[in-house]
Design a binder for this molecule. Structure first.
Ligand SMILES: C[S@@+](CC[C@H](N)C(=O)[O-])C[C@H]1O[C@@H](n2cnc3c(N)ncnc32)[C@H](O)[C@@H]1O
Length: 376
């Protein structure tokens, strides 16, 4: 029998740990899973209750992370890494390590150093990265998912950046804490040395005030935030070339896309979320078998919403791609609709879309974007 320290020592001798699964729980957490991040420098622990999952980043070695998780009240842990093993913990809190064998975990997925566009500098951090909690002052990453998310977005913007000319304006609709707005400002105006004005819009005054304050402290003089319902936003100076939304709730995405189309934006980058409209309005008779289970109806109607949005945008003269923006593990709200203006109205595809919209309508289905675009 081993104490927790002895068990940690034995685990360390097994080499790098990639993943661990915890079971035989005596606590509120029914199971837990540990995964290595950045080649094992950090670990992320996901703890599952009956109804929720909680994620936590552990700044410790794999062996310590495994023991810390066991101490939450688990009796057993299957460890996968350079060596695989099973760790048991008895009622007295003493450990046994058994079943050590050749490791089956080969994909230390985060092993390679990532080539981020927006990279922590390790000591001379951009103020916004620190202020938004993405890194520490010393450049230690504190929010891996967020860093990955803004970098992936920046990559997807890099592909189409020629459509965002110098002197033009980018708007972020429903910008929230504005991780993305700051990231793209930094990308265009600092990394690429361009001259792009950014405007962020959100309903939350406090958040908007904080963002304006941070923009000022960063010296980002072409970045302004407005406390405004996106429905009321205008393109008075006609300079908006790109419109972005990241997880703008439910129909806020539709309103933003509608604006983007009527303003003639060159590019729209939209990551929708909470697509509730069709889920709530479409009667289950539309497809009784498919819609029998609430969770399936929720997911399918969310995907249908985005498929119809993509088609509607295309009909209005855009090349549209639907891309997986980040890993589904990162967030299930991970589809990006990327639209680049081509000026061609796709009349040939209109009939199919109209047919689908009529079918949806016959079963009560309501889609704000379709309604708004009737006015264009
Ligand atoms: C889920 S948050 C996403 C925030 C940010 N884009 C991000 O990804 O971190 C959605 C944001 O949209 C804002 N929002 C929702 N409806 C809005 C509207 N009609 N006008 C302006 N902002 C809106 C909310 O206040 C919230 O901050």
């Amino acid at each position: 029998m081993l104490t927790s320290e002895q068990a940690a020592d034995k685990l360390k001798k097994l080499g790098k740990i990639g993943r661990a699964i915890f079971s035989k729980s005596k606590s509120e957490y029914k199971k837990a899973e540990l995964k290595c991040i950045e080649g094992g420098e950090y670990y992320q622990l996901s703890k599952y209750t009956d109804t929720q999952v909680f994620h936590e980043n552990l700044i410790s070695g794999g062996a310590e992370a495994v023991i810390a998780a066991m101490e939450l009240g688990f009796g057993q842990c299957a460890v996968f890494g350079e060596k695989d093993a099973t760790l048991l913990r008895n009622k007295k809190g003493l450990y046994t390590l058994t079943g050590v064998k050749e490791g089956t975990f080969t994909s230390f997925t985060h092993d390679r150093k990532k080539n981020y566009i927006i990279e922590p500098k390790g000591g001379n951090e951009e103020l916004w990265l620190v202020a938004l909690g993405i890194t520490s002052k010393e450049g230690k990453v504190k929010m891996y998912k967020k860093l990955g998310q803004i970098n992936r977005f920046a990559e997807l913007v890099r592909d189409i950046e020629e459509h965002v000319p110098n002197g033009s304006v980018v708007v972020d609709m429903g910008c929230g804490k504005s991780y993305l707005t700051f990231a793209l400002y930094y990308y265009f105006n600092i990394i690429k040395n361009k001259n792009i004005t950014f405007r962020g819009y959100d309903l939350k005054k406090e958040v908007v005030d904080d963002c304006n304050d941070l923009a000022k402290r960063c010296g980002y003089d072409k970045l302004t935030f407005f406390c405004e319902d996106i429905a009321n936003v205008n393109n008075d100076d006609g300079k908006i070339s790109m419109l972005i939304t990241l997880h703008a709730c439910n129909t806020a995405t539709d309103i933003a896309i509608y604006h983007g189309i009527r303003w003639g934006c060159n590019v729209m980058m939209n990551v929708p979320c909470c697509q509730k409209e069709l889920n709530q309005s479409l009667k289950s008779d539309f497809s009784p078998v498919v819609f029998e289970h609430g969770i399936i109806k929720e997911r399918i109607t969310a995907l249908m919403t985005d498929a119809v949005r993509a088609r509607l945008i295309e009909l209005c003269g855009y090349n549209v791609e639907v891309l997986e923006f980040v890993d589904i593990e990162n967030t299930p709200k991970n589809l990006l609709i990327r639209s680049v203006k081509n000026g061609r109205k796709s009349e040939d595809k209109r009939a199919e879309c109209d047919k689908l919209l009529k079918e949806l309508e016959a079963f009560g289905g309501k889609l704000t974007l379709a309604e708004l675009l009737q006015n264009i």
